[in-house]
Design a protein around this ligand. Structure first.
Ligand code: G4P
Length: 518
């Protein structure tokens, strides 16, 4: 392939991530999507099982012990001639800033909710990141084979929780044991399935609504609801979906593999192809411009034997080819992109070329940092994504005073890599900084890497719950006068005020209405 193919190749790419609460069915759905896309041949290939040894990426004991995959990886497969990049969002115990960061590299998100629970807390937090970025959102209501909330109530709950309108594309016919299939609203057909005695799907068939037996109360009820939805115009509307104002909604069961094809079709037909990314000056980088991309995640020691470091890059423009000479915009340094990996699940294979929307992993790039731009020609710099507001805090103490130099350099290195956020205050000096994180695992990784890579033992003391708000210098001097409030600095210089609760934030705001608190 050559550079002339770039616009065509970009057009046939879709890059998305799944946002969900633990146990909603992300892993099961991911597996089903891959099966549907023929990227894997057996269910059970994606989930990391406790105790199972993997070959390439069991980079740390923590990962082995917990049987989870810390590395956020990219699953790539083709469906109907479209290249789909499913960027995995670390979840469960490995929920961390990386989970949020992944969302800076995708063009759409798929919200998976458990039909019995509606939109849950973790999903909401991830949705906030999508909302801020204007990321279009698809919704899959999972577990329809189990007792669920009534579907109309679910629509209410979605709308209430995220403030955007769900537009059902399919509609469930009954639920739980009686679940029969889904009505496909715009074609006035129903896709039904027959079950085996064990409950699995024996086969699917498409039936015209007109040919259905309406004496079946479940069918009658579902079709009445569909008629109601038609009457109130809760219809799929692609422009408002693309603007983040509505979310096309699908129903199904990941476990049964039912409704999964609808979601995959939605990714192909509705989700946007990559579009030009704006540079720091606000100028869009055309897709056909020479290769460029930005680092959205850095993962160290994915391969324990090599102590390597992989920079994950989202391609923004042009054609990437292995062996290319690239420039890092920060500092204008040149390097050769020889060690390129297509990261599929936990395995890695070498990747020869990539196009806008794709994600590549560069493994020899020791100097690449989070937020760096790389390009082949025609210099460009993309804005670095801002740091997320930490939600957990711990005080870090160097156990061995002899190793204060190593302690300092380890802090700086791991801060830069985004493992944790190092927050300082002059009264705390260099030796007692506060670490900020989104997930607990970040602290554990920090501690383990300080020991392994910097030979420094660090004691962490978790601070009581705090709510952080970034602030400016003028507000900082006012805040510093309030007892029990601490204003700390990120390494970027940005000030972060730590409050004991949102109640206190509200009180402080009332008392000092001019304060800047973001
Ligand atoms: P997650 O990645 O979002 O955390 O969820 P995961 O896919 O691991 O699913 C969580 C549990 O929900 C699993 O059961 C899974 O089998 C079940 N599940 C997922 N999708 C469906 C569905 O459509 N219908 C039903 N009935 N169950 C579903 P588990 O018992 O916790 O794990 P496992 O032992 O089955 O692996």
């Amino acid at each position: 392939m050559n550079d002339h193919d770039v616009p065509e190749e970009a057009k046939r790419r879709r890059t998305f991530a799944i946002i969900s609460h633990p146990d909603a069915g992300k892993t099961t759905l991911t597996e089903r999507l891959l099966l549907h896309g023929h990227a894997i041949t057996a269910a059970g290939s994606v989930r990391a099982r406790p105790g199972r040894r993997s070959t390439t990426s069991d980079w740390m004991q923590i990962e082995r012990d917990r049987g989870i995959s810390i590395a956020s990886t990219v699953l790539r497969f083709e469906h109907r001639g479209t290249v789909i990049n499913l960027v995995d969002t670390p979840g469960h115990e490995d929920f961390s800033e990386d989970t949020y960061r992944v969302l800076t590299a995708v063009d759409a998100a798929l919200m998976v909710i458990d039909g019995a629970n509606g939109v849950e807390e973790r999903t909401l937090r991830l949705f906030e990141v999508c909302r801020e970025r204007g990321t279009p959102l698809l919704t899959f209501v999972n577990k329809c084979d189990r007792p669920c909330l009534p579907p109309l109530e679910l629509l209410d709950r979605i709308q209430e929780a995220i403030g955007i309108a769900p537009t059902p594309v399919t509609w469930p016919i009954a639920q739980g044991r009686e679940f029969q299939g889904v009505a496909i609203r715009h074609t006035q057909t129903v896709r039904r399935f027959d079950r085996t005695s064990a409950g699995a799907i024996a086969g699917e068939r498409l039936v015209n609504e007109a040919d259905l037996d309406r004496r079946d109360p479940d069918i009658a009820a579902a079709l009445e609801e569909v008629a109601l939805l038609d009457a109130v115009g809760a219809d799929l509307d692609r422009p408002s979906f693309l603007e983040g104002r509505s979310t096309p909604t699908y129903f199904g069961s990941a476990l049964m593999g039912f409704g999964v094809g609808d979601v995959l079709d939605a990714v192909v037909d509705l989700a946007p192809a990559p579009s030009p990314v704006h540079d720091t000056a606000g100028v869009p980088r055309e897709l056909e411009a020479p290769f460029s991309g930005f680092v959205f995640k850095v993962q160290s020691n994915m391969d324990a034997r090599h102590r390597d470091r992989v920079a994950f890059i989202r391609v923004c423009s042009g054609r990437f080819a292995r062996g290319m000479a690239l420039t890092r915009s920060r500092g204008n340094t040149r390097f050769l992109a020889n060690h390129v990996h297509d990261v599929f699940g936990r395995g890695r294979s070498t990747l020869d070329e990539a196009f806008p929307g794709d994600v590549i992993g560069l493994s020899n790039a020791r100097d690449l940092r989070l937020g760096d731009t790389v390009f082949a020609a025609d210099p460009v710099a993309f804005p670095a994504p801002r740091a997320f507001t930490p939600e957990l805090f711990a005080e870090a103490r160097n156990v061995d005073p002899q190793r204060s130099k190593q302690f300092r350099s380890g802090l700086a290195f791991l801060d830069e890599e985004g493992v944790v956020q190092v927050l300082r205050h002059q009264d705390r000096g260099d030796q007692l900084p506060v670490l900020g994180a989104i997930g607990d695992l970040q602290f554990q990784i920090f501690q383990a890497r300080m020991e392994q890579e910097f030979d420094t033992r660090v004691e962490l003391t978790r601070l009581p719950p705090k709510v952080a708000r970034s602030t400016d210098r003028a507000s900082e001097s006012i805040l510093a006068t309030i007892p029990r409030l601490e204003v700390l600095r990120r390494s970027s210089g940005e000030a972060l005020a730590l409050f004991p609760s949102t109640f206190i934030i509200d009180q402080v705001r009332r008392e000092f209405p001019d304060l800047v608190l973001r």
